[in-house]
Write a protein that binds this ligand. Structure first.
Ligand code: GDP
Length: 415
């Protein structure tokens, strides 16, 4: 039965994972789907093992695991992972995906550091001021160097990394991270099995001085990017964990810096803190003020659609995919209003009305048929005949043609 999805938009994250080929995008995504697969979704317990079995089958058949958008849940937040191609050949596709996501995680190989394809995608993301976090992966590999990778972010990407974690041990001895916000250690000893959580410990004595040094750097960098933190910092006030997190979120959303975390996706170390950080620091659809479009017959006439179900419907078709079971699917990001199965909408680019057939939310191991979804959501739609990538779908009585998103400095409520 089709369900209507109404979600508290504050609890939605539309994210992309960007990486140079081989840095570990697929592995990190798999682990995210695994961990989110075993968490609770409004009273329903998902079987993590089932998710993994399914992924193994898919790999055997050579099918990519993630669809153009995969929905999962983490600690009562809905995370939509939008596929962001890593290969330079897909530059246009990257641009399109960057328009529909609200934030991104860049995954780096801890040995190779910042590689050319990441530089290309990073520059594209700069254009749209997409809030981004970094995950330095593969710290278990021989030659991995977290600090060199952070230096490369400055040199090659001209970014402002905000180091939130320090590795504990390196290469084969990498066992965990120092959490510089909470000033504690999170460890995974030995070979972890899927589903094994981390232990919270005191910061190891031999890392105490380094942790102090990097905590001070964190405060300095954050103070430079955020006035509230600066005020407290200058007055020598201790910032609570909540105040620090709120400051990191404001500065990340304003695209002033990039929080950096680390781990090894392959060995399941670091992925759960990464998910926590996605929820804490990356934007929800309502952190974006609205999407600007223009009138159908007048490019000069600006129209802004706000991320609210009460606005007229507008959405962007950003990817066409062939599903082995369903046939042609068009992935649509809903920016405003509601998208309802069985209704008719206007394709404002072709000027023709289109009937919305079935609507699906895609998960790692199943798809869910949906009656309607609201603003901020990403769904796969069947039945659109003349809609192509980049076309706008909208309420026929309130037509609009959407343009690329901008991320103005948002006003954040601190709970
Ligand atoms: P993608 O091309 O970015 O999607 O990279 P993959 O996720 O396919 O990973 C590329 C290779 O690196 C695969 O053989 C993975 O098993 C391996 N890999 C991924 N993460 C890690 C890690 O944390 N440590 C190590 N040693 N290998 C990893």
């Amino acid at each position: 039965m089709a369900v209507d999805i109404t979600t508290d938009l504050k609890k939605v994250r539309n994210i992309g994972i960007m990486a140079h080929i081989d840095a570990g995008k697929t592995t990190t995504t798999e682990r995210i789907l695994f961990y989110t697969g075993i968490t609770y979704k409004i009273g329903e317990v998902h079987e993590g093992a089932a998710v993994m079995d399914w992924m193994e089958q898919e790999q055997e058949r050579g099918i990519t695991i993630t669809s153009a958008a995969t929905t999962c849940w983490w600690k009562d937040h809905q995370i939509n992972i939008i596929d962001t191609p890593g290969h330079v050949d897909f530059t246009a596709e990257v641009e399109r995906s960057l328009r529909v996501l609200d934030g991104a995680v860049a995954v780096y190989d801890g040995v190779a550091g910042v590689e050319p394809q990441t530089m290309t995608v990073w520059r594209q993301a700069n254009k749209y001021s997409v809030p981004r976090m970094c995950f330095v992966n593969k710290l278990d590999r021989t030659g991995a160097d977290f600090f060199r990778c952070v230096d490369m972010m400055v040199e090659r990407l001209n970014s402002t990394p905000l180091v939130l974690q320090l590795p504990i041990g390196n290469e084969a001895d990498f066992i965990g991270v120092v959490d510089l916000v909470g000033m504690r250690a999170l460890t995974w000893r030995g070979e972890t099995t899927m589903g094994e959580d981390y232990e919270v410990e005191e910061i190891p004595a031999e890392l105490a001085a380094q942790a102090e040094e990097y905590r001070e750097k964190l405060l300095e960098t954050l103070a430079e990017a955020d006035d509230d933190v600066m005020e407290k910092y200058l007055e020598g006030e201790e910032l609570s964990v909540e105040e620090l997190e709120a400051g990191i979120r404001r500065a990340t959303l304003a695209d002033k810096l990039n929080p950096v975390l680390c781990g090894t996706a392959f060995k399941n170390k670091g992925v759960q803190p990464l998910l926590d950080a996605v929820v804490k620091y990356l934007p929800s659809p309502i952190d974006v003020e609205g999407i600007t479009g223009h009138a159908v017959n007048d490019e000069e006439k600006e129209i802004v659609r706000k991320p609210s179900d009460d606005e007229p419907f507008s959405g962007l078709a950003y990817k066409i995919a062939a599903d082995p079971h369903l046939g042609k699917l068009i992935y649509v990001r809903v920016y405003s209003g509601k998208l309802e199965a069985g209704t008719s909408v206007l394709n404002s680019v072709t000027g023709r009305k289109e009937r919305i057939g079935k609507v699906y939310q895609m998960h790692a191991n199943k798809r869910e048929e949906i009656g309607s979804v609201g603003a901020g959501q990403i769904v796969a739609v069947m039945g659109l005949k003349d809609t192509k990538t980049g076309h706008t779908l909208c309420d026929a009585s309130n037509p609009v043609i959407l343009e690329s998103m901008t991320f103005p400095a948002p006003v954040i409520e601190v709970a």
